[in-house]
Design a binder for this molecule. Structure first.
Ligand code: PAF
Length: 297
């Protein structure tokens, strides 16, 4: 596996691939500290493309809290070993200077209005502008035919999909299902910061989301109006379990708008998303609700 430390090395690789047979390229963008969730993306990429590039870059622009950036786990050597074993062709690990030569206030930022302001965006101002900016740069640099993202960061996936569509970036965005621990907790780099007690409670987040999904799937016509109440009760359940929820919301899967009340949930493709603090760790998760209710119920 090639380890590319800067742009010139990436450009040289492109030149070499162009001289031989370029083949299809899949990009898996990451911030490192790779776990099974990332490796599932890599395996999917391996199956879909002739060449797989994984980027490892802790993007300062997307951190709304300095403390979070400071504590973000950096495990480059172990990450590179995992990627080598997984048969990745190249790891692109640029420095901050390389990605942002003008420092932490770059002259251009990419903004995806509305989608970047709701849910996660409402609690993490500027976060999605940072994500959209770095992903645009990575896509322009690596020029992949496809790029893979985890469904765990569902809003991020929809935002990037919209950005690529809106800016005519010639790549396909694919979402890969969330990888979970046996007790249901979605894998995340943040899980390693949970205390033993918090780790035991953490799977409750997914259980509560599953319960909301079950209520929505069983909903009758009139039940669309009851969503706010269902959301409130689910947030209370999280509080009782020891979480401090920021949001728990049932949304349309395609654009994350609120489902229309007064119309049947039947056939709607929905997703229930939540973010909640457990001790000092912020967890997010979501569950898809496909074709929610039976209108005849
Ligand atoms: O999901 C992540 O790890 C990051 O937000 C991403 C997409 C690599 C951009 O920095």
């Amino acid at each position: 596996m090639r380890v590319l430390r800067d742009r010139p090395q990436l450009v040289a690789m492109h030149r070499e691939w162009a001289r031989k047979e370029r083949g299809t390229i899949a990009l898996v963008p990451t911030m490192g500290n790779l776990h099974e969730g990332h490796m599932a993306l890599v395996r999917h990429a391996r199956e879909r493309a002739q060449r797989v590039v994984v980027s490892i870059f802790v993007n300062p622009l997307q951190f709304d809290r300095a403390e979070d950036l400071e504590h973000y786990p950096r495990t480059l050597d172990a990450d590179l070993r995992k990627l080598t074993e997984a048969g990745v062709d190249a790891a692109f690990c640029p420095s901050e200077d390389d990605m942002y030569p003008q420092g932490d206030d770059p002259p251009v930022r990419v903004v995806v209005p509305v989608l970047s302001e709701i849910l996660e965006g409402a609690f993490r101002p500027g976060h999605f502008d940072g994500v959209a900016t770095v992903v645009t740069k990575l896509l322009n640099l690596v020029r992949p035919d496809m790029s893979l993202f985890g469904e765990k960061d569902y809003q991020q996936f929809r935002l990037i999909e919209r950005m690529v569509d809106g800016l005519d970036i010639p790549t396909r965005i694919e979402a890969i299902p969330t990888v979970r621990a046996p007790d249901g907790l979605a894998l995340s780099s943040r899980n390693s910061r949970l205390s033993e007690d918090a780790r035991a409670v953490a799977p409750e987040l997914k259980r509560v989301l599953d319960e909301v999904a079950t209520v929505c799937r069983a909903a009758t016509r009139a039940d669309a109006d009851r969503i706010p109440e269902v959301e409130r009760r689910a947030s209370d359940r999280l509080r009782e379990a020891g979480f401090d929820p920021e949001y728990l919301s049932v949304r349309r899967a395609v654009d994350l708008k609120e489902p229309e009340t007064g119309t049947p949930l039947a056939g709607q493709d929905l997703v229930v998303l939540a973010a909640a603090w457990l001790e000092h760790v912020r967890l997010i998760d979501n569950v898809r609700i496909r074709g929610a209710a039976d209108a005849s119920a």
